[in-house]
Design a protein around this ligand. Sequence first.
Ligand SMILES: Cc1cc2nc3c(=O)[nH]c(=O)nc-3n(C[C@H](O)[C@H](O)[C@H](O)COP(=O)(O)OP(=O)(O)OC[C@H]3O[C@@H](n4cnc5c(N)ncnc54)[C@H](O)[C@@H]3O)c2cc1C
Length: 381
Amino acid sequence: MALDADTFDQLIDTVQRFVADRLRPAEAEVAETDAIPDRLVEEMKALGLFGLSIDPEYGGLGLNMVEECRVAIELGRTTPAMRSAFGTNVGIGSQGLVMSGTAEQKAHWLPRIASGEIITSFALTEPDVGSDSGAVKTRAVLDGNHGWRISGTKRYITNADKASLFTVMARTGEEGPRGVSAFLVPADTPGVRIGVPEKKMGQQGAHVCDVHFDNALVSNDNMLGPEGDGFKVAMRVLDRGRLHIAAVCVGVAERLIRDAVGYATERKQFGKAISEHQLIQAMIADSKTEALAARALVLQTAAQKDAGDNVTMEAAAAKLFASEMVGRVADRAVQIFGGAGYIADYGIERLYRDVRLFRIYEGTSQIQQLIIARETIKRGG
Ligand SMILES: Cc1cc2nc3c(=O)[nH]c(=O)nc-3n(C[C@H](O)[C@H](O)[C@H](O)COP(=O)(O)OP(=O)(O)OC[C@H]3O[C@@H](n4cnc5c(N)ncnc54)[C@H](O)[C@@H]3O)c2cc1C
């Protein structure tokens, strides 16, 4: 479903103003305190940002993929930790439910996810299981008529310290991806324990923690999709998530280019603005070209997804290209700022650290390459 054009334009306009007037001025505060201020979280709720991708039937905005990507590009123009506050509710934390939930599961959880009343997290990665995500060791064992008992540890789970609900991939059967099932596990289930937030390279304000399950009992009704479908659920969620992340990369790149051009026009060396030196212009040109290419790839893939096409390959390509692109753009931005690029007050070094994550989570660049090659070979070229 799509919004009508006027309503969508208004949404983009509102998000642009929110990013410029409310989020950007708070970037240093968020980095220093490692927290998103409550006042901003409340404003995000009021704007409907927690429910961007959830159907209006459940109180969300029900954006299609093109619309979601265009909003994500706008949100990319501020520190990416801001987006993480509602990112799991929009993406990996809710989409398993949206795509595979029963009517009862959706009615029970989605309205509170869309409003931001509760936070959701996606728990796939484990201490010994990262890229090879079909090898999950967390186990769910049937306990008579009581339901499933889940035991194991999940690692690097975004927003785990705030989450009320986890989508957990656990092994219910044979070795390999076909033995994995997905479960909805409320955080207050006895036997669920959250670790302390990890210290990270960047994106301060967004937290990741271990989540431990010690015989945590959930009812049969908490299984998401059929038994043995958990890996498929996770991969479908990630197809969408990768496009969203690629869109955020485009937004960060566009912001960095704007900042770099602003600085290059002001800063004078050898008697003229550094933007007049052709070696600086080359960096601006390379960054702009790559950002435009990533934007086109993301929006075209999103349109294909909205048309019902299988975009597993294209979404992986968009995530690979956009996340590598924003790394190069951030590196050039540091270079254009010179010494100031390395100094915290200018905020460029912070974004340089922040964007490094995009090449790692929701599938590393190497895993995207494997998916692109596999799907391309499958399609015969
Ligand atoms: C800040 C942050 C937030 C995260 N949030 C979440 C979350 O909310 N939920 C969640 O479930 N997970 C989350 N993750 C986990 C993230 O998705 C994984 O870290 C990522 O998938 C890589 O897994 P790994 O760290 O175990 O690395 P590994 O899989 O051990 O990979 C190490 C290196 O080996 C390479 N490699 C692995 N296999 C191959 C191969 N077959 N061919 C070539 N190279 C290969 C990788 O590309 C990488 O370079 C998060 C991670 C971070 C850092």
